[in-house]
Design a protein around this ligand. Structure first.
Ligand code: A2P
Length: 332
């Protein structure tokens, strides 16, 4: 017994993490197949000491039978091939933004809303990386105090733009004259308040993802979210400054205790001893780290915190694998 799993986009930054995480978490796999474009079809990937040949993604292959297909090959690939795979009866866990806001498609963070997976078959959407870590930290507080409004600023790593962006930052750090290709401006030594395209209302698509995905996952479309998303010259892990106003007055110590008890959250909050999360420290880990928890100086209904998590792992690959695990667990 074991699962037939396919990873679409297996040679990319998230896809490679999916392969490692399936191995690390010892998912019971009978057959693992890897798919990508012509660029890398035929390449070999190592998995559990064996070599897997990367296969070209085609419509025919998506119609074959899989227990799970994990997609991370961009929106247009998901739009076409995830639909074909689901139509053929396969369960797809998709990391792109294509399906997230579609009616009837579950948008899942297993620590927060696993109930939406019950008895579901088809396409399941993995949320945006910045949204995932924020809702992991906010869900326990939402349950207790009810969230009215969130103001969030992000400090997002270049790995969120894929492998080519990791290479671009590396090149720019070594060569000040290196021409930007992935980003519109130099990223080394810089901050770009521009992730994904600008919408006519002045917000970027990334910022709007944080608004609507948060409302969908927390199942409350009255939650107000004001997001500013910023790309920073960090390789791995996104950081977020989150200020949240509640309907009921929070108690700081109780909120801290709720976060300590929350699944997937690690509280690192002892500024006097220089204990607070940083992206370097969070990289390669699966938890969401929370620090700098404090009460607003003026509004007793408002708390602020600093939230850090590895965007390729909990923000993408780990969350996708946890969805698979949760579905399997619910079958027992
Ligand atoms: P490939 O490496 O063959 O181009 P990243 O986010 O790091 O840029 O990775 C994107 C992933 O999506 C890679 O594995 C890439 O494969 C894959 N990919 C991109 N476009 C396609 C496509 N049209 N068909 C299949 N896989 C694709």
């Amino acid at each position: 017994m074991g699962l037939n799993v396919g990873v679409v986009g297996a040679t990319g930054a998230v896809g490679r993490n999916m392969l490692s995480i399936l191995n690390e978490r010892n998912v019971n796999i009978k057959s693992l197949r890897c798919f990508a474009s012509e660029r890398t079809a035929g390449h070999l990937l190592e998995w559990k000491g064996k070599e897997i040949t990367v296969e070209l993604l085609t419509e025919e292959v998506m119609k074959e039978s899989f227990d799970y297909l994990l997609f991370s090959a961009g929106g247009s690939v998901s739009e076409k091939y995830a639909a074909i795979a689901a139509e053929a009866g396969n369960t797809v866990i998709d990391n792109s933004s294509t399906w997230r806001m579609k009616e009837g498609i579950p948008l899942v963070v297993p620590e927060v809303n696993p109930h939406v997976l019950k008895n579901y078959k088809g396409i399941i959407a993995n949320p945006n990386c910045s949204t995932i870590q924020m809702v992991v930290a906010l869900a326990p507080l939402q349950q207790k105090y009810g969230i009215k409004r969130i103001v969030v600023s992000t400090y997002q790593a270049v790995s969120g733009s894929g492998h080519k962006a990791i290479v671009e930052l590396g090149n720019q750090l070594n060569d000040p004259d290196s021409i930007p290709k992935v980003y519109p401006k130099r990223i080394a030594g810089n901050c770009l308040p521009h992730i994904d395209v600008f919408n006519e209302n002045g917000y970027t698509k990334e910022e709007l993802k944080m608004v609507y995905e948060t409302q969908k996952i927390l199942e409350d479309d009255t939650i107000e979210v004001n997001a500013t998303t910023v790309r920073v010259p960090v390789f791995y892990s996104h950081s977020e400054s989150v200020t949240v106003t509640f309907h009921r007055k929070p108690d700081l110590n109780e909120a801290r205790e709720l976060l300590i008890q929350a699944p997937g959250v690690v509280v690192m909050d002892d500024p006097a001893n220089l204990e607070y999360p940083t992206p370097l420290m969070a990289a390669g880990k699966d938890d969401t780290f929370v620090g700098r928890l404090r009460s607003d100086l003026f509004d007793p209904f408002t708390l602020s915190m600093w939230v850090v998590s590895d965007n390729l792992r909990k923000g993408a690959a780990t969350n996708a694998v946890q969805i698979l695990e949760k579905i399997e667990e619910q079958k027992l």
